[in-house]
Design a binder for this molecule. Structure first.
Ligand code: THU
Length: 144
């Protein structure tokens, strides 16, 4: 397994990353990606121990495609809510894939800066992969 980098060691070591990866691979195999042929699966650990997951779902109107993370976040809320604490996203090779910028924002909203992400360079907190993120706090700081 990839080395831990930049995350509190204790927290990262407590996560069963291989369990998350295998669940993400299962979902990747169910992806509906006939246009890009780029299959993605993702699995996330919730703070109550649940595991939620998703795959990408494309559309003939290409821009309507749903990233795998959208499905995972939908399952998070549909199955009772909670906070994501660790996330593993994989591509068609079953190895760690960096979530796109939009999906990092989704992970930030639902896991916050301390949520751990498996990256090709090891485990990193969301604060490292989405620095200076815009979030709910910023809405409260608005002047107008
Ligand atoms: N994709 C995801 O599902 N998640 C990401 O974070 C990156 C991109 C999907 C969207 C599209 O179906 C395919 O990968 C190619 O961009």
């Amino acid at each position: 397994m990839a080395a831990t980098a930049g995350a509190p060691r204790g927290a990262a070591d407590e996560v069963d990353w291989e369990r998350l990866r295998l669940r993400a691979v299962e979902l990747m195999e169910r992806a509906y990606a006939p246009y890009s042929r780029f299959r993605v699966g993702v699995a996330g650990l919730v703070d109550d121990g649940r595991v939620v997951a998703g795959c990408n779902v494309e559309n003939a109107a290409y821009g309507v495609a749903l990233c795998a993370e959208c499905g995972m976040v939908s399952e998070l809320h549909a199955s009772g809510g909670g906070r994501l604490t660790a996330v593993f996203c994989v591509g068609g090779d079953g190895q760690a894939l960096m979530p796109c910028g939009r999906c990092r924002q989704l992970l930030w909203e639902n896991g916050g800066p301390g949520c751990l992400l498996m990256t090709p360079e090891g485990v990193l907190p969301m604060s490292a992969v989405l620095p200076q993120a815009f979030g709910a706090e910023d809405l409260r700081h608005a002047d107008g």
